[in-house]
Design a protein. Structure first.
Length: 151
């Protein structure tokens, strides 16, 4: 089943879309949901409720985001960064033999933020770097505070 639904979170209304293969996008804008929940949407909603209540675990539902092979590699690495921890653009760049800027581009293109935790990537000097979701760095900081990375 394909569809859309909206989840009201502490960082704004998350608009979640899926196709028959899984979740395809999470954004902070879009039309209100009108389709009934699919089983996958119910799993995503439970996961988001758990996440925003402080129960962190990897996604246990299908993700069907698409991107270049390089972006898909970066997103797979992001799924390995546990909640409450961060990595740097430089560390990811070394792991994939590329540049930090390329990692930043892949993070910026992440179609399923929060689910694939690009907010856990910071600059080598410890500054937040960038974030394209929600209200930008304000949202990134809120997510990292929520996970206990920032005080």
């Amino acid at each position: 089943m394909t569809g859309k639904f909206v989840y009201a979170s502490s960082v704004g209304f998350l608009h979640i879309e899926e196709n028959e293969h899984g979740v395809t996008s999470v954004s902070w804008k879009g039309p209100p949901a009108r389709n009934p929940y699919s089983p996958n949407q119910q799993k995503v909603q439970v996961w988001l409720e758990d996440y925003f209540q402080g129960h962190f675990r990897p996604p246990d539902f299908a993700l069907a985001s698409t991107g270049t092979p390089f972006r898909m590699q970066v997103w797979q690495l992001l799924l390995q960064v546990p909640a409450g921890q961060v990595t740097s653009y430089g560390e990811l760049a070394k792991a994939l033999d590329t540049s930090p800027r390329a990692i930043g581009g892949a993070c910026r293109a992440n179609p399923v933020p929060i689910l694939v935790p690009c907010h856990r990537v910071v600059a080598s000097d410890g500054s937040l770097g960038g974030y394209s979701g929600g209200k930008g760095l304000e949202t990134k900081a809120r997510l990292l505070r929520h996970e206990g990375v920032l005080t």
